[in-house]
Design a protein around this ligand. Structure first.
Ligand SMILES: C[S@@+](CC[C@H](N)C(=O)[O-])C[C@H]1O[C@@H](n2cnc3c(N)ncnc32)[C@H](O)[C@@H]1O
Length: 223
């Protein structure tokens, strides 16, 4: 049984909270500020979970193939895509063993999944194999070196959550995955976890960006 199977039915609940929807908003903006997609592009979403980014990509007109190793997360993702009448191809597949031919995708995206990939260099080799020349890869993760990272490394999360299986990364770890192909990086989510709801705002995000490290980091590579 995959680690995330037990999370599937509650995973999206957090995004309905004030903090959850705020996190989604700033992370989405950060990702698509860096990863420019156009209609018709063939994009692979790795560790798609309940399909949140697969759905955003499909709504932007991309041809989306989404993979995950959790059947239960995939079930939720499929049902959401069906409800929205979106034609997304979902597969149970591991990032280490992609069943696609070489140079198949225009772009690859993976959001908050590499925390759970403990041999990221091996995964990068496989991802670069399926990317077309000049194709782009974006990986976004929780920043180990931030208050969000501290929270997920705290006893509470290490004892009783999927984060006991995580291998969190710092910005340097992410950049170092394929330095020669690195194009750019971004960070966001400067508001720390446990912030009172009334203090969650984009103004506060901007203010804290001058003093805090972002809780979410992403990097873009080009093949
Ligand atoms: C925190 S969820 C993120 C889901 C989604 N990308 C999002 O942003 O909401 C991480 C997902 O990565 C998947 N995952 C973990 N290791 C994987 C691997 N080796 N190959 C493919 N998916 C994997 C998990 O099953 C889980 O659904």
């Amino acid at each position: 049984m995959a680690v995330f199977d037990k999370e599937a039915n509650s995973y999206d609940e957090w995004y309905k909270t004030k903090m959850g929807s705020y996190v989604d908003e700033v992370e989405t903006r950060c990702v698509f500020d860096l990863f420019k997609v156009k209609e018709g592009m063939k994009i692979l979403d790795i560790g798609c979970g309940t399909g949140n980014f697969s759905i955003k990509l499909a709504k932007m007109g991309c041809e989306v193939v989404a993979i995950d190793i959790s059947n239960e997360m995939l079930k939720v993702a499929k049902s959401k895509a069906k409800k929205e009448n979106l034609d997304i191809e979902f597969h149970n597949m591991n990032v280490y063993d992609l069943k696609f031919e070489d140079e198949y995708f225009d772009g690859v995206l993976s959001i908050t999944a590499f925390e759970f990939v403990n041999n990221p260099k091996r995964a990068m080799i496989e991802i670069f194999r399926v990317l077309k020349p000049s194709g782009k890869l974006i990986i976004g993760v929780i920043n180990k070196d931030s208050k969000w990272g501290e929270m997920y490394l705290s006893k509470k999360f290490q004892d009783d959550s999927v984060f006991k299986y995580a291998d969190l990364k710092k910005a340097g770890d992410l950049k170092g995955l394929k330095e020669n192909n690195l194009v750019d990086t971004r960070e966001c989510l400067f508001i720390p976890p446990y912030t009172d709801e009334k203090n969650i705002s984009l103004d506060k995000e901007l203010e804290l960006s001058k003093e805090e490290r972002g809780g979410f980091i992403c990097a873009l590579w080009e093949k």
